[in-house]
Design a protein around this ligand. Structure first.
Ligand SMILES: C[S@@+](CC[C@H](N)C(=O)[O-])C[C@H]1O[C@@H](n2cnc3c(N)ncnc32)[C@H](O)[C@@H]1O
Length: 559
């Protein structure tokens, strides 16, 4: 989808040269990849742990670093929306005058034929959309419906452009100049806005609490590998969200001072009357700490950077790094991972899919609904119970059991690690372009909501690439397999009793398959999923996505 052309590599390298970016050019080259666009390739063998790229946060394109940063802050616009608006101003208003132009000009949102890159929710060809109806992209992520967040974002951006024009006398970017346009023309502008957002979010990284999302030169050229990524994106994420400082800064001191005042005022009986001297001592202590941590930062050595062009005075914690985690051989393409993403999510966020994607899944929501409609009154009662309360209880029980097991594993690992030396790297591994195409809507895995999810109980019904059911779907099948007596014995709406009972719903995949009754229930549900007929005239992304769903369901059918 969003691919860089070979002729743009020189602009990228110019920007690198002029912006204190450390790039291991002695061992790497940017050239055409078989996957499309540009990729990053090794020109010599490189061992794991080397840093391939170090970019000061001040050289990352973020809303905070952009020319219109103040206007965005004043308007309280942040996240991906701020990044998209800032990008549009740099490339369409400031152009050559922009500090960022040499880099941002290389980011395309239209293809060579002038067609906009659009996510499935905004495909203009109705047939293309139709081919994806009923797929996981549709049923699990609602990824074929226009996104209200994007459309609200567009209207916020248009209003802001008018405000900026009157306050700062800046021209209104064409994309936001909607006054006097008819609905059709406004829709075209909206589509272009969607396309810009889709393109930049397919290559942006989560930087830190201050910058939020940003475009990191060269880091955004690594293509995605599902199973064995070679690099890791590293950034100190926990910085002051007001100024971006690592460690104690004036804002944090002020915040801690405020908290201290509140604490002192809250507990007069313990601490006595509010004591200014006590508080000033506390503040001085914090200020001293800050000086200390600044010194520490300056001393931070840079051992693994093998580039000859090491720039003096760069503070590693104020940079983001791309670190190699695998050994790579001369001539190989070096890959990042954008996350363990199904084809539906890859298509929605990045505009491509992967053949034989081990992270692919098929959502069974539609089949479960149809199965439920045809079920007997007895089974319907169980399904209603599961929908109303069962799945929530089971989810909480299952998660707590899993975290207990993880804690036990960690304790065991810690015991084993006690003899081994520590790595010492405190940087966050905010890996990959795990960020959204529409900014506020598609989000980091597990942290925020993906699109408008239909309903959690259905959302958890899916089958993975190995033909395995999710724990909640397994439990659902087990519930349906109870005979009348077992169900009556199990059924309760008393939360205290339920906590103890839900554990008997636990089932694993091999137990499901070895039991005739549970296997039959699964077959009955899967029977509501028709096999996709692969349309000859569909594009390759659609063909791969549909074939992958067929492959996953065939595995269940054949068992
Ligand atoms: C962050 S960019 C990577 C660099 C990109 N190749 C370029 O030329 O700018 C992400 C885009 O690269 C392409 N891409 C990355 N990994 C891919 C893969 N495994 N298969 C197909 N396309 C991929 C997609 O077009 C995606 O939207």
């Amino acid at each position: 989808m969003s691919n860089t052309s070979e002729s743009d590599v020189k602009h990228i390298l110019n920007f690198v040269e002029n912006n204190d970016v450390q790039f291991l050019s002695s061992h790497l080259e940017l050239k055409k990849s078989a996957l499309g666009g540009i990729g990053v390739f090794a020109t010599q063998d490189i061992e794991a742990e080397h840093i391939l790229l170090r970019v000061p946060k001040s050289s990352i394109f973020t809303a905070e670093n952009s020319t219109i940063a103040n206007a965005l802050v004043d308007a309280e616009i942040d996240g991906m929306l701020a990044l998209s608006i800032a990008f549009i101003y740099e490339v369409s208003v400031f152009k050559e005058k922009s500090h960022w132009f040499e880099y941002l000009r290389t980011i395309k949102w239209v293809d060579n034929e002038g067609q906009l890159y659009l996510p499935p929710s905004y495909y203009e060809d109705a047939k293309r959309k139709q081919y994806l109806r009923g797929t996981t992209l549709d049923t699990m992520y609602n990824g074929l419906s226009p996104q209200s967040e994007v459309e609200n974002g567009f209207s916020i951006a248009c209003d802001l452009a008018v405000k900026i024009s009157s306050e700062y006398h800046l021209e209104i970017p064409k994309i936001f100049a909607t006054e006097n346009l008819d609905d059709k023309q406004i829709w075209r502008n909206l589509l272009e806005f969607v396309s810009v957002g889709y393109s930049i979010s397919s290559r942006c990284f989560e930087i830190d609490r201050y910058h939020q999302y940003g475009l990191v030169i060269i880091a955004d050229l690594f293509n995605h590998h599902v199973t064995s990524p070679d690099v890791h994106f590293e950034s100190v994420f926990d910085v002051c969200d007001k100024c971006g400082e690592v460690g104690e800064c004036g804002h944090i001191i002020a915040e801690e001072k405020l908290t201290a005042i509140e604490e002192l005022q809250k507990k007069p009986e313990k601490i006595g009357i509010f004591d200014h001297k006590q508080l000033d001592n506390f503040t001085r202590q914090l200020e001293n700490n800050q000086e200390l941590s600044d010194d520490e930062l300056l001393e931070n050595p840079n051992e693994t950077f093998i580039e000859d062009r090491v720039i003096q005075g760069i503070i590693p914690d104020e940079c983001v790094d791309i670190r190699l985690v695998n050994n790579v051989k001369k001539g190989e393409e070096i890959f990042n991972s954008y996350g363990e993403l199904s084809n539906s999510l890859l298509l929605a966020r990045y505009g491509f899919v992967v053949e034989n994607n081990p992270c692919d899944v098929v959502n069974m929501a539609d089949a479960v609904i149809q199965y439920s409609r045809k079920a007997s009154a007895d089974l319907k009662a169980r399904i209603d119970w599961w929908k109303d309360m069962g799945h929530e209880f089971y989810f909480v029980w299952y998660e707590s059991k899993r975290s207990e097991e993880e804690e036990e594993d960690e304790e065991e690992d810690e015991e084993e690690d006690e003899e081994e030396p520590e790595n010492g790297d405190s940087r966050d591994g905010k890996n990959s372009q795990d960020a959204p195409y529409d900014g506020e809507n598609i989000q980091d895995d597990g942290q925020k909501e993906d699109f408008d999810k239909p309903s959690k109980w259905l959302d958890e019904m899916f089958i993975d690439n190995q033909g395995k059911l999710t724990p909640l779907m397994l439990a659902f099948v087990k519930l349906l397999s109870f005979n009348k007596f077992e169900w009556e014995k199990f059924y309760t709406e008393d939360p205290n009793e339920l906590w103890d009972r839900v554990k008997c719903l636990e089932l694993n995949s091999s137990a499901l398959l070895s039991n005739k009754k549970t296997r039959k229930i699964l077959e009955d549900i899967v029977a509501f999923k028709a096999k996709w007929i692969i349309p000859k005239d569909a594009d390759s992304n659609i063909k791969i996505l549909l074939s992958s769903e067929n492959f996953i369901l065939d595995q269940v059918r054949s068992k």
